[in-house]
Write a protein that binds this ligand. Structure first.
Ligand code: HEC
Ligand code: HEC
Length: 320
């Protein structure tokens, strides 16, 4: 190891470090490097003063600007809440008959309604809304109580056959086990099961039994009555099962499905949101001829053939 000296070839001072006879020259740092370094030092000092930097016991120093990632997120959430509050307010007021024409609000309602459905409705109607024995499928276009946006919202708001809401939809099929003979019920069971295949509801002895006991609710054509939630018996959709035992059981006991009311629990905006969601699942019906004509939509705007009026008609049809 030798001391520092001037290198003969370059005229630069050496550091005095030598390895295997190779000496290290003491070249100064490049200017650009040095200035970049100083700049980062200055930047870090300013940063430390303005932003959270030094860890203290359970948080960091807050910095002169008072900025934090948490505050950033809170502000974003607040902004979203504020924009949703106005959408929820409009949803509460909008005429449901024209809601599908308001793209922004309708889209928002379906989004919000999907979340409500997963929380509140899926335990009975299934996460995909396909229903189960006793719990109707909400994807098809067969409705017990009506399939317009207003009908669906009413059903959800007040529920069905519950004791909590005086406006709940209500009807009660008698238990024919106490009224008819066993062989009459057997006859009716076969008859009812033949209806989806196109049998005449009024034909023969069974047809007479049907007209006498059942047609007042299910209709002479057996196509049901939505004002009392009496199902269509000709459509091969069976809420309580399609085996002869199940159908006979329906006739014997007179089923009475119960759905709780949601108006109080969810509030009107969420009721409407989830109604929009259900309506858009595939079976929603338009309010034919009833929708007010939008300003400037022209004299024919309210015709049933108006594409805005039947936005889901083409997709409806999952009727098995
Ligand atoms: C506790 C179980 C239960 C829950 C929870 C429930 N429902 Fe129902 N829902 C029923 C039953 C049972 C019926 C059928 C009643 C009948 O037989 O008429 C029904 C019927 C309906 C109908 C009428 C279908 C038709 O064909 O007319 C709609 C619409 C509906 N539910 C929507 C909803 C929505 C939306 C929610 C969530 C806010 C919900 N339901 C939560 C049990 C439930
Ligand atoms: C007072 C009205 C009323 C009368 C009368 C009536 N029903 Fe019903 N029926 C209903 C209602 C309402 C339902 C649906 C109950 C529910 O959704 O829980 C129903 C359901 C049924 C079902 C179940 C359908 C399914 O999708 O699973 C069958 C089957 C049925 N009725 C057959 C009959 C027959 C047969 C008669 C005559 C002997 C009859 N009903 C008389 C109102 C009536």
């Amino acid at each position: 190891m030798s001391g520092k000296r001037k290198d003969d070839v370059t005229g630069t001072e050496t550091t005095g470090h030598v390895w295997d006879g190779i000496e290290e020259l003491n070249n100064p740092l490049p200017r650009w490097w040095l200035w970049t370094f100083y700049a980062t030092v200055v930047f870090s000092l300013i940063y430390v003063v303005l932003y959270p930097a030094w860890p203290v016991v359970n948080r960091a120093t807050s910095g002169l600007l008072g900025w934090s990632t948490r505050g950033d997120v809170a502000a974003e959430i607040e902004a979203v809440d504020a924009s949703q509050a106005s959408l929820f307010a409009s949803l509460t007021e909008v005429d449901l008959r024209v809601l599908p024409r308001n793209e922004e609000l309708y889209g928002f309602a379906q989004q919000a309604g999907g979340a409500v459905f997963r929380n509140t409705c899926s335990q009975c109607h299934g996460s995909g809304a396909a229903g189960a024995l006793g719990y109707p499928n909400l994807l098809d276009d067969e409705w017990l109580w009506g399939g317009t946006l207003e009908d669906i919202a009413f059903t959800i708001r007040h529920g069905i056959r519950n004791d909590e809401d005086p406006d709940a939809r209500f009807s009660q099929m008698p238990a024919f086990g106490d009224i008819l003979e066993r062989d009459q019920i057997a006859l009716l069971t076969d008859h009812v099961l033949s209806l989806p295949g196109g049998a005449d509801p009024a034909a023969g002895e069974a047809g007479q039994l049907f007209l006498d006991n059942c047609a007042s609710c299910h209709g002479e054509n057996a196509q049901g009555d939505r004002t009392i939630g009496a199902p269509n018996l000709t459509d091969a959709i069976w809420l309580y099962g399609d085996t002869p035992e199940q159908v006979a059981s329906s006739i014997r006991r007179g089923p009475s499905g119960v759905m709780p009311p949601w108006g109080e629990r969810l509030g009107e905006a969420e009721v409407r949101a989830v109604a929009a969601y259900v309506h858009a699942l595939g079976g929603g019906e338009a309010q034919v001829g009833e929708a007010p004509v939008a300003e400037g939509a022209g004299a024919t705007g309210a015709e049933p053939s108006d594409p805005d009026e039947v936005p889901f008609a083409e997709e409806a049809g999952a009727t098995e």
